[in-house]
Ligand binder design. Structure first.
Ligand SMILES: Cc1cc2nc3c(=O)[nH]c(=O)nc-3n(C[C@H](O)[C@H](O)[C@H](O)COP(=O)(O)OP(=O)(O)OC[C@H]3O[C@@H](n4cnc5c(N)ncnc54)[C@H](O)[C@@H]3O)c2cc1C
Length: 324
């Protein structure tokens, strides 16, 4: 077995930016190990996605089938098994997300392959693969070694700079393999998530996030106004979701969304380990908190100790002035 295979993810007809991050990691690994780099894409109506995926693959396997249109684990496992048996890679890299968290462990079990989910680093060690993975809510980074082939690794978003999207070289179309026992699970309905207006949290370059320290839902408008003034997405701690002020898709952290913005402004957030796990890849963190000993200040690059009701509206006004 030899070669690095990166399996991209397609959402809404486009290759996700996280898939291009996996390509960057895969390209480096292929170069370090002196092995070839291949790609695979699964989905329905993939023409646009194939054109976006990277051009430097020695082969790009494409399974374009209506069976892969609405997500179900079974056809994805079958498609990936076919691609892996076709290429015999030593390492398979994928973006980490709710879908891959569902189907990739099933794939690994079927192949008897070693698997590590949600890694932030991947490299070589002896003749195997060494990965780095946040553990215990991000409090520590674990170094793990995957023996055997293929080693399957999913990569956390924001851990790598995305590779440039390119024109899809050496494309080979494969037919969906037969799936014995298929149809045990059926897709009945797709319910769209309410995403609201403004940038998506996961891809946002700037995020203004509020916590319990904002005091009451009547004060939430200060967070919204600050976000609007600087073109930021709105995030929150779990406390806000638990109180029903915002929907779960705004929650940042271990059990919410892992984000990787250039700027993360944390307002009235204490900095619990589960929240910090979601911002470990944020480039610059700014915190506003009235407790000088708040844990968030240990992670923050800049901090303001004070009542957010005094600090944030003044910040918003200044941001609006600068934008004029
Ligand atoms: C399994 C598990 C998973 C979890 N997953 C997540 C997760 O994904 N994301 C997450 O966020 N949490 C998560 N949590 C919850 C987490 O442990 C904390 O309870 C939560 O993050 C606290 O939210 P908070 O910082 O908004 O509130 P608090 O901890 O209550 O902090 C409020 C902060 O506001 C400050 N403050 C108060 N008044 C003001 C003011 N006027 N101006 C400025 N600052 C002020 C206070 O000093 C304090 O630091 C999880 C917990 C568990 C057990």
């Amino acid at each position: 077995m030899s070669g690095i295979l990166v399996i991209g993810e397609v959402v809404g007809g486009s290759v996700t930016s996280q898939s291009l991050e996996a390509v960057a990691a895969a390209r480096k690994l292929a170069s370090d190990r002196g092995e070839t780099l291949s790609g695979a894409l699964f989905g329905a109506d993939l023409a646009a996605a194939v054109a976006q995926f990277d051009a430097s693959f020695s082969a790009l396997l494409v399974l374009d089938s209506p069976q892969l249109g609405s997500y179900l684990a079974e056809p994805y496992v079958a498609a990936a098994e076919l691609a892996i048996k076709r290429l015999n890679p030593s390492v398979v890299l994928l973006p980490h997300g709710s879908r891959t968290r569902d189907w990739v462990p099933q794939l690994a079990a079927r192949l008897g392959a070693g698997l590590v989910l949600d890694c932030v680093g991947v490299g070589i060690k002896a003749d195997g693969v060494a990965v780095t993975k946040p553990m215990h809510g991000g409090a520590v980074l674990g170094e793990l070694f995957v023996r055997g082939s293929p080693a399957i690794v999913t990569l956390r978003g924001g851990a790598f700079e995305p590779a440039l999207a390119g024109g899809g070289g050496n494309v080979e179309h494969l037919d969906m393999p037969p799936m014995p026992g298929a149809g045990r699970i059926q897709h009945l309905e797709t319910v769209a998530t309410e995403t609201g207006t403004g940038p998506r949290l996961k891809d946002a370059k700037v995020i203004v996030s509020g916590g319990r320290g904002t005091g009451g839902s009547e004060n939430w408008r200060f967070i919204e106004e600050a976000a609007a003034a600087i073109g930021a997405a709105v995030g929150c701690s779990r406390a806000i979701v638990d109180m029903g002020w915002l929907k779960w898709n705004h929650q940042v952290g271990l059990s919410g969304t892992i984000v990787a913005p250039d700027l993360y402004l944390a307002v009235g957030i204490s900095g619990a380990v589960q929240h910090l796990a979601g911002i470990s890849n944020a480039k610059t963190v700014v915190a506003i908190n009235n407790d000088p000993d708040a844990e968030i200040f240990r992670r923050a690059d800049y901090g303001v100790v004070g009542d957010f009701l005094e600090v944030l509206p003044a910040f918003t006004e200044r941001a609006k002035e600068l934008r004029k």
